[in-house]
Design a binder for this molecule. Sequence first.
Ligand SMILES: Cc1cc2nc3c(=O)[nH]c(=O)nc-3n(C[C@H](O)[C@H](O)[C@H](O)COP(=O)(O)OP(=O)(O)OC[C@H]3O[C@@H](n4cnc5c(N)ncnc54)[C@H](O)[C@@H]3O)c2cc1C
Length: 490
Amino acid sequence: MSQSFEVAIVGSGFGGLATALRLAELGRRVVLFETLAYPGGCASTFSHKDFSFETGATLFSGLGDGQLFQRWNQHYDLGLEFETLDPVVAMRTPGWQLAIPAQRQQLIERFLKPAGAPRQALLGFFAYQEKVADALWRVLDDPDLLPPFGFKSLCRHAARATAYWPILRSAGQPLSDVLKSFGLGDYAPLRTYLEALCQITVQCGVDEAEAPFALGTMDYYFRGTGHVRGGIGKLAWGLVEAIRSLGGEVRFLDRVKRVTALETAGFQVETRRGELKAEQVVANTLPQSLRRLVPDLPAELPWLESLESQVAGGWGACMLYRVIPCEPGATPHHVELIGDPQAPFLEGNHIFCSASAEGDGGVEPRQRTLTVSTHVDLGVMADMDDAAKAAYIETVQRRMDATLRSLAPKRFNEPLFAMTASPRTFERFTGRASGYVGGVPRRFGLDNYRSLIPPPVVPGLYLVGDSIFPGQSTLACALGGYKLAERLAS
Ligand SMILES: Cc1cc2nc3c(=O)[nH]c(=O)nc-3n(C[C@H](O)[C@H](O)[C@H](O)COP(=O)(O)OP(=O)(O)OC[C@H]3O[C@@H](n4cnc5c(N)ncnc54)[C@H](O)[C@@H]3O)c2cc1C
């Protein structure tokens, strides 16, 4: 007789891990399947030739006092070391640089410092931005305030209703309109800063970004953001241990091949290593993968189709992974480089480079690992044959290298070991269809607020991960999983 569980979860990305952990905390019998030998998906630490690299994500929020990852670290005694960095990120273009500090006031001062900076306009903009960010981050800091709402959380929202009013002023507008309203539409330093920030957070540029989301993510650097010593994989493994300590099962190297709805109730889950029954199933996958995983889905599922097309309006990623020399005692260091601020912040023109601490990643003393990423347009690649795709990826990787050579610290360009990855690599390792990695880009429009409580795909079958509210980033995926677990257990 096959085993049976209350909930089976497909995939150990941060959405799947958080769903499993919260369900186990709530006393549910849960099993989590992962096709790879390690957890974390796009936010994992993988090994290659004795080295270990960050797969994609390198800079993490939710690590501050009282925030989700910090609470789990303490509660389960995971022993993880979270470091705040100063600067959090060093941003550079050929003619400008900004050390992004961990304090809002210092950042404002850095923008005000140059002679001729539009002081009043900048102060007005940052004052408004702070109000929007305060309203939104309180919700991210406290999962109880996220939908679906209980009576208590509704009362708490009602009590702070006035804090949400500033959001109404810019809801449905692009961030560029807000900049214009403060007379900052063409102010190059702020525009460059925001183009780079929006691209990595809301996954689109200033002219497209939904203003309140973009203004909220401007606080990313000030709210418990930093580095996980030894790599984000340590946090992912810590969550696996926590799930197991509560009686949950986590099975690696066990891909879920097929999920079938049973006539009575629940699902049959067929994996590489066997079969079991589950009352409910959570897929930590893109909506694109679901029909292959659950072949019996109804032909028409408008919500799922709409989500697929939103994900298909997003991006893939190209990566460079390197081992480089460093000074003794070198600490983690993040650098964001823009070759040409007038050109699109994509395809190697805009790169995010993260160097580990000395010795992290299985390297020798006086060495560190480097993970470099850029966005690539999968829409452009859609009609290409394999040879054209390979040529396009090579061009992007060459441009990443050129941006590194022109703007990065010299040692970033003295690789002792180097390898690359492309959207195809992400598709192969994380199962993300066509290599889409950015979730749903938050392009402006009121539609962004309509999907706050994602429905089940069919009764008992749910999605979790960066295509589902609250969206992209390790913290957002974990919060989404946490809330989904509470919904399933209620
Ligand atoms: C290049 C890059 C840089 C990024 N930088 C940052 C950053 O600095 N900070 C940040 O917070 N976020 C960053 N992100 C975003 C963040 O990493 C993702 O939003 C988040 O990790 C996605 O998590 P997820 O829950 O959607 O699951 P995923 O990461 O997609 O993981 C899904 C997991 O499910 C497994 N799986 C899939 N199908 C099956 C199956 N059939 N059976 C079993 N297992 C299966 C996969 O192997 C995978 O492990 C970055 C992303 C990328 C790509």
